[in-house]
Design a protein around this ligand. Structure first.
Ligand SMILES: Cc1ncc(COP(=O)(O)O)c(C=O)c1O
Length: 395
């Protein structure tokens, strides 16, 4: 358990103090960048002692140094009940490592149908090749239907809540509890909410995964992922990541740690502006649907109200018309970049087609869809920009 692992410390305070051990910072506020591949030992005896304890001392560059350890510890402290965190070169690497750590040939994986596309691709690619089968399930499954998901061969169940294209909120505590009762490992891609808005391990999940590329870094200039896990699974995940040769560079770890310290206020600003834009979109004649977990129309909105302490800045909407109208809209935007990787300080717009991906239940599209990441610009400027772009789409 970590140093601040008690309920008395508020998440906003943890975000500031976590991971800043004096022996790592030497008294400097931000842990410095320790660049290293080679560690030098005073003598052979010291080298031999270090080999016996490769995980908690300076040993080899791939095992990290205080810059990486400090970030990992800070992420662990945001998930009370967790045993530790591993860092990976991308969010996708974090997801694939966690899955490889808990699955073996012959196992079945339950994968939510709304999962991020590369997560599905990994199931259909490498996992299939090594003899793991994947069964996709509807993200809106609740109550007794949850129990019916599991088979004798189910070894793990993966959630993404809300889904990052279609935004259904899952009944994570019920799914995690049903899994634990059967000895099935539960994992979640927690990138949208981060542990700040949804501490997944506290809600009964075994493994909480982040693309730190998004809100943790927050400035669209680092690729990184993390896996935070309960005691009993953390060591397996650490060994798997190490076996795959994963590590993150100290400069990236420094940037991620610096981003993390301001994630709380950034998320509040993303939430307020995104809700303002989403509510405005609901009143526009060309808009047929707005999918935002904080709005009553979104599937699982009641679960979001029950389980989450806020929303981030990513949601989607649909318009009347065809793809050409959608392209006119997106191309007309001034303040929204056109791009995939969200969670930075800048706004983004992306045409999305989730119907291509779904297999458990067909996705009934409310029209051509656009995903928005609402950044830290003034929401009035974003709304004005969307207004002129909607006019162009309607023309
Ligand atoms: C929900 C979600 N999970 C994971 C990832 C993967 O993260 P990365 O780009 O760091 O590999 C993404 C990236 O867009 C994502 O949207």
């Amino acid at each position: 358990m970590s140093k601040h692992d008690d309920d008395a410390v508020a998440p906003a305070t943890r975000l500031v103090v976590a991971g800043r051990r004096k022996e790592w910072t030497q008294g400097i506020v931000n842990p410095p960048v320790w660049r290293a591949s080679t560690m030098l030992f005073d003598d052979v005896a010291t080298l031999r002692a270090a080999v016996k304890r490769p995980n908690d001392g300076l040993y080899y560059g791939r095992r990290g140094a205080p810059t990486q350890w400090s970030l990992a510890e800070a992420l662990t402290e945001l998930e009370p009940g967790a045993a530790g965190t591993t860092l990976h070169p991308s969010g996708t690497a974090a997801i694939t490592t966690a899955l490889l750590a808990v699955l073996a040939p012959g196992d079945e994986l339950l994968m939510v149908d709304s999962a991020y596309e590369p997560t599905r691709a990994f199931c259909e690619g490498l996992l299939k090749r090594i003899g793991v089968t994947t069964r996709y399930y509807d993200p809106s499954v609740r109550g007794e239907a949850i129990e019916a998901l599991f088979s004798e061969r189910t070894r793990a169940i993966f959630m993404e809540s809300p889904g990052s294209l279609t935004f259904e909120v899952q009944d994570v505590p019920a799914i995690a509890a049903a899994a634990r009762a059967r000895g099935v490992v539960s994992l979640i891609d927690n990138t949208w909410a981060t542990p700040l808005l949804f501490p997944a391990i506290g809600h009964g999940v075994d493994v909480s995964i982040l693309s730190c590329t998004k809100y943790v870094c927050g400035h669209s200039d680092v690729m990184m992922g993390s896996v935070t896990a309960v005691p009993g699974l953390f060591e397996t995940i650490r060994k798997t990541g190490q076996g795959l040769g994963h590590c993150v560079g100290p400069d990236d770890a420094f940037l991620a740690a610096r981003g993390l310290r301001t994630m709380g206020i950034r998320l509040k600003a993303h939430e307020a502006a995104a809700l303002e834009v989403a509510r405005w979109l609901c009143d526009q004649p060309l808009v047929t649907a707005v999918l935002h977990p904080g709005l009553p129309g979104c599937p699982g909105h009641d679960l979001w109200q029950r389980d989450f302490s806020g929303a981030s800045g990513l949601f989607a909407f649909a318009i009347r018309g065809d793809d050409a109208a959608r392209v006119r809209l997106v191309d007309a935007l001034r303040f929204f970049g056109i791009g995939f990787s969200w969670g930075g300080y800048e706004s983004l717009a992306l045409p999305i087609d989730p119907e291509r991906l779904r297999t458990a239940r067909a996705w009934e599209s409310p029209g051509p869809m656009i995903r928005l990441q609402i950044g830290l610009e003034d929401p009035a400027d974003l709304i004005g920009d969307l207004a002129q772009a909607l006019d162009k789409a309607a023309a």
